[in-house]
Write a new protein. Sequence first.
Length: 144
Amino acid sequence: MRTLHPSPFDLFDRLEQQLQTAERVPAAEIHETEDSYTIALELPGVDRGSIDVKATDRSLIISAERRCQPPAIPEAGNGEAPAAEGRRRAPLLGEFRYGTWSRSFRFPGGIQRDALEAHYRDGLLTVTAPKAQSLTTVSVKVAD
């Protein structure tokens, strides 16, 4: 029997589909001290070489790529048939997200772009952005 109203289970199916295709960005924490801002991002499984940190006068843009790692194939002789060369086994459950992403952070005051420091250890990226000592302003004369 067909109804005009969708089943509540259809909503769950759509929600699950949206969650599977949703872009995930890493969790971040931002701390402010008297002379700097510190941003910490969780980046488990990301190669250090794929992390890119860029800065403007008042913002920081961090991007990275998490690449898919092929699973370890068991050696022949342990009761399993050897896998064909070049083939990868599909996971029974796949919740890892791979691909590129980018996040930007805008600060209330200026930062010193040339003095940025970034460290990556144990899946945690920490970027320290010293505050600018002075902000440049420009006066514009209004013409007739």
